[in-house]
Design a protein around this ligand. Structure first.
Ligand code: ME8
Length: 518
């Protein structure tokens, strides 16, 4: 674990941990990239960030997939977990720990939270009889399922097959937590975002809560129940506990637990909202542990509006997309195009369009044109500005105001609006550049040209700093081209104006245009 830095405020952010029963798809990549942008943003803004991601390796789904593939489940878990971790690295996900729920400290943490819930009197043994969806790893009531014409039954909500299950299991007294959960949603309206998700959960809980079956006896791929190893924990009990393990639980006195728990932000997809905003806070209340501050629910990604599925053949490997379009280009597209919190669609054409309009034209071209003029006319040195006109002042004021605007959007996870604000200023800067015509001033008023170039480079510098969370490589390249010291690229450095006379390296394009191979 990286040493906590107590001089800065802590910020603990997590992604969901994926089932490694298969390889990652673009929906997983989307979750990691968006959470990574949030983590990087906070680091650049002076926070001591802890960023946790990983894989959720227990449960019947993993067991069944391994059986189908004819390999031991531990082998399936390790093989695919490695693929997830390698993808994270290729996507430059800046996690502090990649947790696997088979890690020794996680088994210990899971046993500890279970024991706390037992001590609270919230766990009892009984018989479960009801519907189970292996694909969702979720229990459903009769009313939550639909009988199909062929006699089979599915979960009405998710469409996955359910099977009748009857076994002796431990139950968690979820029904006892209805009032406390309702109070939580009321007193902390920010606990679940966006509001549509919050409303769904509020009305679900208002409908009453049944006790939850939290152990299984018909297979053994899970964390053994303390004191009764005939049972393994229901996979979601151990899965949710990963967030505690990642902070140092069960050692609640450890420096790391005291510093990072409660988590500031859990990022998850919409299909697992109930687990994170009903079960998870109830488990924590029972265990006498503090609740995370916020759960933000992102939407689902669709391929040209269609659900990704192996049978349709439209499942894309995120790394193929990186190869085709570039990593920063993919990261930017996903976060700019899709309203974070809503479903979104991606297509080859939409990505190409964003790359060419927003990246190659609005940002790349502006940087390239201004830097080339500096290289050719000012001996490659940052210009020395003369007196500012009202237009110059207005342009700089817009760029100076950006950090506050973007921060306000990122604070509520409106990542797309943060980027929109930056691109609005870039649009203004392009209009300013065209109106000022520095290429004409070159002959008529070289001093004025220097001022216009200086103002333009200042906007490019500020934008370069602000896009780093989303496009770490491109942000760094822009700042390199502006001769910025790698140690002076934090948000706090936005206030320090470009030093006139700084020697700039020879300009080279940051964003090539995307041209179709075929
Ligand atoms: O749910 N678009 O794992 P998982 C966007 N192990 N996001 C998507 C998506 C799509 N098409 N498909 C899935 C699990 N996701 C559990 C989590 S957390 C304690 C345990 C998101 O591999 C999904 O919503 O099925 C979830 O947030 C994440 O990918 C992992 O999904």
């Amino acid at each position: 674990m990286t040493a906590p830095d107590s001089s800065r405020p802590p910020f603990y952010v997590t992604t969901a941990i994926a089932y490694p029963n298969g390889v990652p798809h673009i929906g997983h990549a989307y979750e990691y990239i968006s959470t990574d942008a949030i983590a990087r943003f906070k680091r650049l803004d002076g926070f001591d960030v802890r960023f946790l991601t990983g894989t959720d390796e227990h449960g019947l789904k993993m067991q069944q997939t391994a059986t189908k593939e004819g390999i031991p489940v531990t082998e399936l878990a390790s093989r695919n977990s490695d693929v997830f971790e390698a993808m994270d690295k290729a996507l430059k996900i800046s996690y502090d720990r990649f947790i696997r729920t088979t890690d020794a400290d996680h088994l210990e943490a899971s046993a500890a939270i279970w024991q706390r819930m037992v001590d609270a009197g919230d766990i009892y043994l009984d018989t479960y009889a009801g519907w189970y969806s292996v694909r969702d790893e979720a229990f459903y009531t009769d009313a939550e399922t639909t009988l199909l014409e062929d006699g089979s039954r599915i979960s009405t909500d998710t469409g996955t097959p359910v099977e009748w299950t009857e076994e002796s299991t431990y139950f968690f007294r979820l029904s006892a937590y209805q009032d406390r959960l309702q109070k939580l949603y009321e007193e902390q309206p920010d606990f679940i975002a966006p509001a549509t998700r919050r409303n769904e959960i509020v009305s679900f809980v208002a409908g009453g809560l049944k006790d939850l079956s939290i152990s299984r006896t018909t297979f053994d791929w899970g964390v053994p129940v303390p004191g009764n190893p005939e049972h393994v924990m229901y996979v979601w009990v151990d899965a949710l506990t990963n967030y505690l393990t990642g902070a140092g639980f069960p050692d609640t006195e450890s420096e790391s637990y005291r510093r990072y728990w409660p988590a500031d932000l859990h990022i998850i997809g919409k299909d697992i909202t109930r687990f994170h905003t009903v079960y998870w806070p109830a488990f924590l209340m029972s265990a006498g542990l503090e609740l995370p501050k916020r759960v933000f629910v992102h939407g689902f990604l669709f391929n040209k509006g269609e659900k990704m599925s192996k049978s349709v053949g439209n499942v894309v490997d995120p790394l193929d997309m990186v190869e085709r379009f570039g990593l920063d280009q993919l990261r930017f597209f996903l976060l700019r195009e899709i309203s974070y919190g809503q479903d979104g669609s991606y297509s080859h054409d939409a990505i190409a369009a964003r790359i060419n309009a927003d990246l190659a034209n609005d940002l790349g071209n502006l940087a390239q044109r201004s830097l080339t003029m500096v290289a050719k006319n000012l001996d490659g040195k940052a210009p020395n500005p003369g007196a500012y006109t009202a237009e110059d002042e207005a342009m700089l004021a817009q760029a100076d105001a950006l950090l506050d605007e973007v921060r306000a959007e990122f604070d509520v996870q409106a990542l797309h609006l943060g980027l929109e604000a930056i691109w609005r200023v870039l649009g203004e800067t392009n209009r300013y550049f065209s109106a000022q015509q520095p290429w004409v001033l070159r002959k008529t008023d070289p001093e004025r040209m220097a001022t216009v170039l200086y103002v333009t480079l200042e906007v490019v510098r500020i934008v370069g700093i602000l896009v780093q969370p989303v496009m770490p490589d491109a942000g760094a390249k822009i700042l390199d081209l502006l001769g910025q010291d790698p140690g002076a690229r934090q948000f706090a450095d936005i206030d320090t104006r470009l030093t006139p006379g700084t020697a700039l390296p020879a300009p080279s394009p940051v964003f090539p245009r995307y041209v179709d191979e075929d």
